[in-house]
Design a protein around this ligand. Structure first.
Ligand SMILES: C[S@@+](CC[C@H](N)C(=O)[O-])C[C@H]1O[C@@H](n2cnc3c(N)ncnc32)[C@H](O)[C@@H]1O
Length: 352
């Protein structure tokens, strides 16, 4: 039996990309949105007609295959199915706790993140995993000829997909941060700069909650060029390795894990220089704190990021000890880590 289970596990791992592809397909076909628009569980033919009208096509979807996709995703608990028996038995498909996170037009949607992670341009990088182990090669560069930031800058389609994916998790992360870390944010007076803030969603959320805060969103020129105008947010483009706009506090979400320790120390020192209020100033970092022995919620995903980040940007995820060592090296001795109910944790680094 043990040996059969071992065999089963290999089959499952071999085909686990099919889970990702089926999920991607459901998002592309907007199946969760179609079900949601009816406000109750619906039949396969209602899903099919929703797909046809979304695509403005007169061609009928492949219903037998759609039913297989639904059967597969019901088995994975992405959708629910129950049978109604009028004159004939008919299946009704509904949303589960998981598919609610796939609704495209909802504020907290993981759909753009799924589309970015499963995009062929992202998937291409994974094919260099073995090469990375053998040669420590720059895998993104091997797959696409340059690093991820240069590639995004030169490729508007990928830039949009990447920035949308980042923006999609802002409400999820900021929602958790704003409700679980009130004391840490409430005491900030003056200006906060979101370093590597993407298109500015995080600082904008922060300013809605704390209207006395002035917000700067700082990122590379090709990202700022696509950032929308946001009430009160000043967008500034530049390079975190050169200098960072002055502020009373720095926010940095998912940026340091993109870089090596050496590069992070450079960025952290620039943050230090940027903070005007040396007495009360602090850096608020939102990053994964890795604990490979833990089996709590999101730990599996944290371990996936541990493999993903080196491949995509040459950075790394860090344990508590590694964060403390890194921050110490950049001159920060007072560090506080707060776990909140999302994948990353809050790491505060105080100037004094
Ligand atoms: C993983 S994304 C995180 C985005 C955002 N903080 C969030 O949480 O959604 C990393 C961000 O760092 C920015 N970045 C990378 N290198 C940079 C540099 N040299 N100067 C400024 N920003 C940079 C990227 O453009 C990107 O927006």
């Amino acid at each position: 039996m043990e040996s059969l289970r071992g065999q089963e596990q290999i089959w499952q791992l071999m085909f686990s990309f099919v889970d990702s592809m089926a999920l991607k397909c459901a998002i592309e076909l907007r199946i969760a949105d179609i079900i949601h628009s009816h406000g109750k569980p619906i039949t396969l033919s209602q899903i099919a007609s929703g797909i046809r009208s979304n695509s403005n096509s007169s061609i009928s979807p492949n219903i037998p295959y759609l039913s297989r996709i639904m059967r597969f995703l019901v088995r994975k608990n992405i959708f629910t199915e129950h049978q109604e028996d009028n004159d004939e038995v008919i299946s009704l498909y509904g949303l589960s706790d998981s598919s609610r996170w796939l609704l495209r037009d909802f504020k907290s949607s993981l759909a753009p993140m799924v589309l970015m992670q499963t995009h062929p341009l992202s998937m291409a990088v994974w094919h260099f995993l073995e090469d990375y182990v053998r040669n420590s090669s720059n895998t993104f560069e091997k797959a696409h000829g340059c690093n991820i930031w240069e590639f995004s800058s030169a490729n508007p389609e990928f830039n949009k997909i990447f920035n949308n994916a980042m923006a999609s998790i802002v409400p999820i992360y900021m929602g958790a941060m704003l409700s679980s870390y009130k004391d840490g944010l409430g005491c900030i007076k003056g200006t906060v700069v979101d370093v590597g803030g993407g298109t500015g969603g995080s600082i904008s959320e922060l300013m809605k909650y704390y209207p006395n805060i002035k917000g700067i969103n700082f990122d590379l020129p090709h990202v700022i060029a696509t950032a929308p105008a946001l009430d009160g947010v000043t967008h500034i483009s530049g390079d975190i390795f050169e200098s960072i706009p002055s502020a009373d506090a720095v926010l940095m979400k998912g940026v340091l894990h993109c870089f090596s320790d050496e590069k992070c120390v450079k960025v952290l020192r620039n943050c230090r220089k940027a903070i005007t209020d040396k007495k009360n100033g602090k850096i608020i970092i939102l990053e994964i704190v890795l604990d490979p022995t833990s089996n709590q919620i999101f730990d599996e995903t944290r371990m996936v990021y541990d493999l993903l980040i080196p491949l995509f940007s040459g950075g790394k995820e860090r344990t508590e000890l590694e964060w403390k060592r890194l921050l110490n090296e950049a001159g920060f001795t007072c560090i506080k880590i707060t776990k909140i109910p999302i994948i990353p944790a809050i790491i505060e680094a105080f100037l004094v």
